[in-house]
Design a protein around this ligand. Structure first.
Ligand code: AMP
Ligand code: GLY
Length: 441
């Protein structure tokens, strides 16, 4: 090969390589996992996390920035040559951060404020599902406690009481007795337990079955399905105790067979994107369907307009695609250029929570071992912060101990092995993440 053609090829190579700076908004385990995965792309120079947490910037290329105001984030994105922004949690989405970035001509992956209503109002989501024939539980909406109590008396238990607005995964009470249901109604409508988010409630038919989380990326037109996963919402083993933001997850979820996968696409995901379009809303971002599956039938428990936490940790642990390039293409409406590629391994993440979680968590406890990693293990940080070079607890769900293995059992062992390496005073965790699925594998 002549020197000239070599130079030509090298130049072409350089032109094809975009060195991108990426901004991620959020501070949880989900955002740490996103930053970790994006930073592995050889087309990424810097990953900024706003604000990140005590361990999210421990990898090369990842920088925490202490900014949360939306206008300041816009200024940061402009002055730091950010190629695109990704939004982790629901709150900034429901506040319209995507609309604000786009008004300034900035690329951002996430749904508009209008589209994010699918998550920010359960009433909106239920009405949307009913009018688009998307299978979901029967329900009624209430703002007055006496009418809600009368409805429970009529329907009996078990029954499910949900705050209409955002409540960090804690606004759902699965009442096994009528007494519990009446108490939940009083807490939400009379005692204002969730503030405005609980001033309107949904009372819903109790569904039995196996849960799964099904998340897709949508670029406004085309859909890229992520690997299936299953969260564990209850605080305690055997699905006992109160609902939390999620105590552990694994991927893939064997309950989502190829047949169920296809059903989810045709009965839930496609009609949702099409239904929104009919209402004049283009959906760009992550769409998460929380599903109940029973004997081949699926029903939607909830929609989220973001990736799940802790589902993201095992999902991205298995992703073979370059996540930064996927997101870049999604921002350009070109996600159809990519096909999903996953490691054959299972991945599993168990949440190490602080004392009192899901109540007010105990903070400032020193954490040991949180920088441990191996080829099959990683510790994703969530409620942590760094003080004088030490990592301490700073939230309810503190760390996501994540492992990978050829079988669900070996992923389980890899993740749980970390519980003897990483710890802090008051740490607690579920001992049974993925156990129910083992009989399906
Ligand atoms: P959601 O935030 O609506 O997904 O509810 C949180 C959790 O409550 C779900 O993951 C389920 O475990 C449970 N849940 C919600 N709705 C129902 C329902 N209709 N029947 C049974 N369990 C439910
Ligand atoms: N893991 C449940 C959620 O992210 O909403």
């Amino acid at each position: 090969m002549s020197i000239i053609s070599l130079c030509f090829l090298l130049t072409l190579g350089t032109l094809n390589t975009k060195m991108m700076n990426v901004l991620i908004i959020g501070n949880g385990g989900r955002e740490h996992a996103m930053a970790w995965k994006i930073s592995q792309s050889n087309q990424v120079s810097k990953v900024y996390l706003a604000p990140g947490n005590g361990g999210s910037d421990s990898e090369e290329k990842i920088y925490n920035i202490d900014i949360s105001d939306h206008d300041e984030l816009i200024n940061f994105a402009v002055s730091n040559n950010v190629s695109f922004t990704v939004v982790g949690p629901e709150k900034p989405l429901s506040e319209g951060i995507v609309d604000k970035f786009e008004e300034k001509g900035l690329r951002i992956f996430g749904p508009s404020k209008n589209a994010a209503q699918l998550e920010s109002s359960k009433k909106y989501a239920k009405e949307f599902m009913i009018s688009n024939n998307i299978p979901t539980a029967f329900y009624e909406t209430f703002t007055e406690a006496d009418k809600a109590h009368a409805y429970v008396n009529e329907k009996g238990s078990p029954i499910v009481i949900k705050a209409d607005g955002l409540a960090a995964g804690k606004g759902v009470i699965v009442a096994l007795s009528e007494i519990e249901a009446h108490e939940a109604i009083d807490h939400m409508l009379e005692d204002n337990q969730f503030g405005d988010a609980g001033s309107r409630i949904i009372i819903e038919e109790f569904l039995e079955g196996e849960e799964a989380s099904f998340i897709v990326m949508c670029d406004g037109e085309s859909i890229f399905p992520m690997a299936s996963s299953q969260d564990h919402k209850r605080l305690l083993d055997n699905d006992l105790g109160p609902n939390t933001g999620g105590m552990g997850a694994y991927s893939p979820a064997p309950i989502v067979t190829t047949e169920i996968h296809d059903k989810i696409m045709t009965q839930v995901i496609n009609p949702t994107i099409a239904g929104l379009k009919k209402d004049g809303i283009t959906f760009k971002g992550f769409l998460y369907a929380g599903l109940m599956i029973k004997q081949g039938d699926i029903k939607v428990l909830e929609f989220n307009c973001r990736m799940g936490d802790p589902e993201t940790q095992p999902i991205l642990f298995r992703m073979k695609n370059d996540f930064a390039l996927l997101l870049d293409s999604a921002c350009n409406g070109k996600i159809s250029e990519h096909s999903p590629e996953w490691e054959d391994d299972f991945a599993l993440s168990v949440v190490l929570a602080a004392k009192n979680y899901p109540g007010e968590p105990e903070k400032n406890k020193e954490i040991v071992g949180s920088d441990f990693k191996s080829s099959t293990q990683y510790v994703f940080h969530a409620g942590t912060k760094k003080i004088n070079g030490k990592i301490v607890t700073n939230g309810g769900r503190v760390l996501g101990l994540t492992g990978r293995g050829k079988t669900l059992q070996s992923a389980f062992e890899q993740a749980y092995n970390l519980t003897s390496i990483v710890t802090f005073e008051g740490a607690h965790y579920r001992k049974d993440i993925g156990q129910k699925a083992k009989k399906l594998t």
